[in-house]
Design a protein around this ligand. Structure first.
Ligand SMILES: CNc1ncnc2c1ncn2[C@@H]1O[C@H](COP(=O)(O)O)[C@@H](O)[C@H]1O
Ligand SMILES: [Zn+2]
Length: 334
C-alpha cells in the first residue's frame, strides 16, 4: 500500500536516463536529480532537485512515460495499491496545459491497467503552496472536474510544496471547497518546526490524511492539543522515513516520529514520498522501519494490512482485503 508518492519525485534512475537522452542540451547529470545513500540535503536543496526534474519532464510524452514507468516500478516492488499525486503544470514552451497534464497521467493509469500491470492506481491532484491561493482554487476546480469525469480515478487533493513558503490560512477556502465537493484531503502538515498555528488551523477542516506530521507532538515543539485533534478524528499519518532523514527534518532513523504514533496505536502508513529523489522504494522503507524499531514480519504485515483502511478508494477496500488474505500464505507462515 503506497499512499504518499509525488510523481516527479518518484522518477527512477533509468527513466531519468531516458529523459536526459531526450534533452541532452540541458546538461543534466544524475547527481542533480537524486540524493544517494549517506547523502543529506536541506529541505530547501531538495526543492531545487524538483526544479531540475521539472525541466526534464515538460511535455505530454514525458509525463506519459514517467507516469507509466513509476506505476510499473511500484508494481514490480509488490505494491498492489498506489495513490499517486502530482501538481498540474503548464509549460508555455511545449504547449502542455494543466488539463492535458492531468489527462496524460490518467491515460498512463489506464494504459497500465490495460497492459495488465498488477496494481490499482488512484490520483490526487496536488496544490503547490508556492503558487498561492488563487492557483489553489483553480486546481480544486480542475480536480473536481476530473473526479467527476474519470469514473473515480481522481480521488483527492494534496497540499504540498515548500512548507516554508506561504501560510495554510491562505488555502483554507480552496481546501474547504475541495472537501465540500467530495475530494479527499491529504495535507502536508508540520513537516518543518514552528508550524503549530498553521497545523491547528488546517486540522480543524479536518483533513482525511496527514503527510509527515513530523512536528505535531509536544516533544518536538508541537502540542498536546494538535495530537488530540489528530486522535479525535483518527486521521491517518503518511510517514516517510528516508525522505525525512535525507531532508534533515529528522536527525536519524531511530528518532523518527513513526515510533511515537505507532506505539500509540494510531493509524500510521509507511510511504516513500519521492522514491527517485531519495533513492528508495517501499520495500526498503518497510525494511528500515522493521530494523530500526525492531518490528517482526507479523508487525510489518499488519502495518501494510491496516493501510487498506486509510485509502481514498473505499470501493476497492474489500477487494484489497481479499488480496491480502490470499497473499499472506504465499509470503510467510505467521
Ligand atoms: C520532501 N518533502 C516534500 N514536502 C513537500 N512537498 C513535496 C515534498 N516532496 C515532493 N513535494 C512536492 O512534489 C513536487 C514534485 O512532484 P510533482 O511535480 O508534483 O509530481 C514538488 O515540486 C513539491 O511540490
Ligand atoms: Zn510529500
Amino acid at each position: 500500500m503506497e499512499l504518499h508518492a509525488h510523481l516527479n519525485g518518484s522518477v527512477s534512475f533509468s527513466t531519468i536516463e531516458k529523459l536526459v537522452a531526450r534533452k541532452p542540451h540541458l546538461n543534466i547529470e544524475h547527481g542533480m536529480t537524486a540524493i544517494r545513500s549517506g547523502q543529506r540535503r536541506t529541505l530547501d536543496e531538495c526543492f531545487q532537485v524538483f526544479k531540475v526534474i521539472h525541466q526534464l519532464v515538460d511535455t505530454e510524452e514525458d509525463i506519459l512515460m514517467v507516469a507509466k514507468d513509476v506505476i510499473r516500478e511500484f508494481a514490480a516492488d509488490g505494491v498492489k495499491y498506489l495513490e499517486l499525486r502530482s501538481t498540474p503544470r503548464k509549460e508555455k514552451t511545449t504547449g502542455m496545459t494543466k488539463r492535458r497534464y492531468v489527462e496524460t497521467v490518467i491515460e498512463a493509469i489506464r494504459q497500465c491497467k490495460n497492459e495488465g500491470v498488477d496494481i490499482e492506481v488512484r490520483f490526487l491532484v496536488a496544490v503547490d503552496r508556492r503558487n498561492g491561493a488563487e492557483v489553489a482554487m483553480e486546481t480544486v476546480k480542475l480536480a473536481e472536474d476530473f473526479m467527476l469525469s474519470t469514473g473515480g480515478l481522481v480521488v483527492g487533493l494534496d497540499l504540498s510544496g515548500d512548507p516554508t513558503v506561504g501560510h495554510g490560512r491562505d488555502f483554507l477556502p480552496a481546501l474547504q471547497k475541495a472537501k465540500n465537493c467530495g475530494l479527499k484531503l491529504s495535507l502536508h502538515l508540520s513537516e518543518v518546526p514552528s508550524q503549530a498555528d498553521e497545523s491547528e488551523l488546517l486540522l480543524n477542516i479536518p483533513p482525511d490524511r496527514i503527510g509527515h506530521g513530523t512536528f505535531l507532538h509536544p516533544e518536538v515543539g508541537g502540542s498536546q492539543s494538535l495530537v488530540d485533534k489528530v486522535r479525535k478524528h483518527n486521521t491517518p499519518l503518511e510517514l516517510c522515513l528516508t525522505s525525512n532523514v535525507k531532508g534533515q527534518t529528522v536527525s536519524s532513523y531511530s528518532q523518527h516520529h513513526f515510533l511515537y504514533w505507532y506505539q500509540m496505536g494510531h493509524p500510521s502508513v509507511i510511504c516513500t514520498d519521492d522514491k527517485g529523489v531519495f533513492c528508495t522504494d517501499l520495500s526498503q522503507e518497510y525494511q528500515l522501519a522493521a530494523s530500526t524499531f525492531n518490528l517482526s514480519q507479523e508487525d510489518m504485515w499488519t502495518l501494510s494490512h491496516k493501510a487498506i483502511d486509510c485509502t481514498f478508494a473505499p470501493d476497492l477496500q474489500q477487494q484489497l482485503h481479499q488480496k491480502w488474505l490470499e497473499l499472506q500464505p504465499t509470503l510467510f507462515q505467521l
